[in-house]
Design a protein around this ligand. Structure first.
Ligand code: ZN
Length: 439
């Protein structure tokens, strides 16, 4: 044992509040550790963290006295520890509800932004340390992303999309009086390849990490314009090319297979929802390696709402019941056929912080627990080109780490109740002591 005297051991006693564990070394004693999803978990491991990053993962429980300087020990010896989860399809600025129309007219932008911070925090506390926002007012979302990145406020890492869509399409405004629609119409609504090239460059100019398009109609559009292909091939190709020229990927919302196929042929990186993924689309998914982001939770949520609430119009309800009921069976086929899946919920349709419910649905529809966790870690990191820094618990990566009571590989429901959340070496939640069993 070396240099015992200089070793300062902090007992970390956390009661819900975020605590900084930045200075010095942090050791996490993990009873069971899924360091690399896809490989089997190991028992009794120590994760050594310095400056927010993982320095080493070591067999057995290392002692604080083995290290110089200040050392904090976090005891998760009776927990199942895994990488922070990632949700590739959220809308942090909204949550579907009866007050949406009133809020759009009466809620000040500043208050709406505060609410986004609240939604983001709910997401982080549920164990989702990284999210991809694919549809919010862009400047607000870029500001939220950057404020979190700078450490000014707490929240998950945000990868933020800029939206490009066609006139009257799913990304355009609907369900308002003409004067309000004119007021709310985005400058990034475009028609024809050259105009869509301009719009793509414009969203990148203002800070988009990726481009979100809508190659088909959408359920929540309050217009009877269907859920089949809407953007033309020349528009799709132009968006993908203009984005690629500036190093950005494109994600396309798509329900019907014609729009999925067109978007994949144009070269998008991911298909969102993919509700009617059939044999033609599956073949293209496999050829291109593009990801399907299934959003089964959105399907389930809109079906339930269509049957229960009165704030959806009949046009929306009809589409919700049809598409929402069909998407899970098509997801099963796609997964069985070997399509790459990246985890995504469409939270904002569902409540923020319930993101893990998607995992339960994915297992219900034929995916193994391990494959679900891979989709929410390794695959998600690959989709956002962050495999070097997140997605596994390995040396050099950010210390984005969560813990649950028992193995989610045996029961995926464990992910619904995350006890411990660390992002970049900072602890945001530690309820593990309350639930820990005695040895
Ligand atoms: Zn969405």
């Amino acid at each position: 044992m070396k240099n015992c005297v200089s070793v300062l051991v902090f007992a970390i006693l956390l009661i819900g509040a975020a605590t900084t564990a930045e200075a010095g070394t942090t050791l996490i004693h993990a009873g069971e550790l899924l360091a690399v999803p896809g490989r089997p978990p190991t028992i009794n491991q120590t994760i050594i963290i310095e400056d927010g990053r993982i320095k080493e993962v070591r067999n057995g429980f290392a002692n604080a006295s083995d290290f110089d300087g200040s050392v904090a020990v976090i005891d998760l010896s009776n927990q199942f520890v895994l990488p922070g989860l990632m949700d590739m399809h959220v809308h942090l600025q909204v949550e579907l509800g009866p007050d949406n129309d009133r809020d759009a007219l009466r809620m000040p932008d500043q208050l709406m932004q505060m609410r986004s911070i609240y939604f983001a925090m709910n997401t982080l506390m549920a164990g989702f340390t990284t999210v991809r926002d694919v549809g919010s007012s862009s400047q607000e979302m870029y500001a939220l992303r950057d404020a979190i990145e700078k450490g000014w406020i707490d929240g998950p890492r945000i990868i933020a999309a800029g939206g490009v869509g066609i006139t009257g399409g799913h990304a355009d405004v609907s369900g308002m009086s003409p004067v309000l629609m004119e007021f709310f119409t985005s400058e990034n609504v475009c028609d024809g390849p050259y105009d869509c090239r301009r719009a793509t460059r414009n969203v990148i100019k203002y800070g988009a990490d990726l481009i979100k398009i809508t190659s088909t109609g959408g359920v929540m559009t309050d217009r009877a314009t269907g859920t089949a292909q809407q953007m033309e091939m020349d528009e799709l190709k132009e968006v993908v090319l203009a984005a690629a020229r500036m190093g950005k990927k494109v994600a396309s919302h798509a329900h019907h297979e014609d729009g999925i196929v067109a978007a994949l042929e144009a070269g998008v990186a991911s298909i969102e929802h993919g509700s009617y993924t059939g044999p033609k689309a599956i073949k293209l998914f496999r050829e291109t390696g593009a990801y399907l982001v299934p959003t089964l939770l959105a399907g389930k949520t809109v079906v339930a709402l269509a049957l229960e609430v009165d704030y959806m119009t009949d046009i929306v309800k009809k589409k919700a019941i049809r598409v929402g009921s069909d998407m899970a069976a098509n997801f099963e086929k796609a997964h069985k056929a070997g399509v790459n899946i990246a985890y995504g919920t469409d939270s904002g349709i569902s409540r923020h912080g319930t993101n893990a419910e998607e995992a339960v649905l994915m297992v219900e529809h034929g995916m193994s627990e391990m494959d679900v966790i891979v989709s929410a870690t390794i695959n998600a990191a690959d989709l956002i080109d962050m495999s070097d820094s997140i997605g596994t618990i390995e040396a050099g990566k950010f210390a984005d780490i969560i813990a649950v009571d028992n193995s989610p590989l045996d029961n995926i429901d464990e992910l619904l109740d995350v006890n411990f959340v660390m992002k970049g070496g900072k602890v945001y939640k530690d309820d593990s002591r309350r639930t820990r069993k005695e040895h």
